[in-house]
Design a binder for this molecule. Structure first.
Ligand SMILES: [Zn+2]
Ligand SMILES: [Zn+2]
Length: 242
């Protein structure tokens, strides 16, 4: 989840626990009072790919459509979903009721109102004033995923290989968010040594490892992680220049 300087909110994927993430993004809600730090806006979603762990919370965007309508003029403005054309076709096939019938008001009552927006690798596009550049990553035999760069931040998940074409887009990073499933090699994800090789090549100021598998016990890694590399935990935050 990216927060822009003018209050912009950009989501990366819509995982199955999206409702929890929207309601308690800083992992500090007491569970009883109204969650005053809840996310109530979304300027767009960056879709890395359609695997269930990245897309099956799509239905939860209906809450943001409702909250954004209340704040505006009463009409529902669709939330744009930016992604590779093939991934968007897959997503609209899985969740057809979220994408309306192509008319301005053609969304089902209570369902999300979403708009697929295809993006091209290497071509920057704006989201509410933030410039984002998409690029292709290899998910091994699982196909391709899309990585994204926004200002000094880059987000690379679900990759087995970082293509050479992406390397020039990943220079001078303040923050690299990087797939690291586990210590042992995996056919479709970076393992520890693969993640470390890319960090050593790109030399970002700061790296956070994400998509940690159940084998990864964060506490056991604290002492072995090199300076500048951390593991993502719920509520983790870091600044970057957008
Ligand atoms: Zn995944
Ligand atoms: Zn995946």
């Amino acid at each position: 989840m990216l927060f822009g300087p003018q209050g912009q909110v950009v989501l990366i994927d819509t995982g199955p626990d999206l409702l929890h993430q929207l309601r308690d993004p800083y992992a500090d809600w007491d569970g009883r009072s109204y969650p005053t730090r809840a996310v109530e806006r979304c300027d767009g979603v960056l879709l890395t790919h359609c695997h269930a762990d990245h897309s099956h919370g799509l239905n939860e965007l209906r809450h943001l459509n409702r909250l954004m309508r209340r704040a505006a003029d009463g009409r529902r403005t669709p939330i744009p979903i930016y992604g590779h054309p093939g991934h968007l076709a897959e997503l609209t096939g899985m969740f057809p009721y979220c994408f309306g019938d192509g008319t301005a008001g053609g969304f089902q009552y209570g369902a999300p109102a979403l708009l697929p927006v295809p993006v091209a690798d290497g071509v920057p596009f704006p989201i509410a004033g933030l410039a984002v550049t998409p690029f292709a990553l290899s998910h091994g035999p699982a196909g391709r995923t899309t990585g994204f760069r926004c200002g000094g931040m880059a987000y690379l998940t679900d990759l087995k290989e970082c293509p050479e074409a992406a390397i020039p887009l990943l220079q001078n990073l303040d923050l690299l968010v990087l797939d690291m499933l586990r210590e042992e090699p995996h056919p479709t994800h970076f393992c520890w040594s693969e993640a470390l090789d890319l960090v050593n090549r790109l030399r970002p100021a700061r790296t956070v490892l994400t998509h940690l598998g159940p084998e990864v016990q964060v506490a056991a890694w604290t002492d072995r992680l090199p300076v500048g590399i951390e593991m993502a935990v719920d509520g983790w935050q870091a600044p970057f220049v957008p």
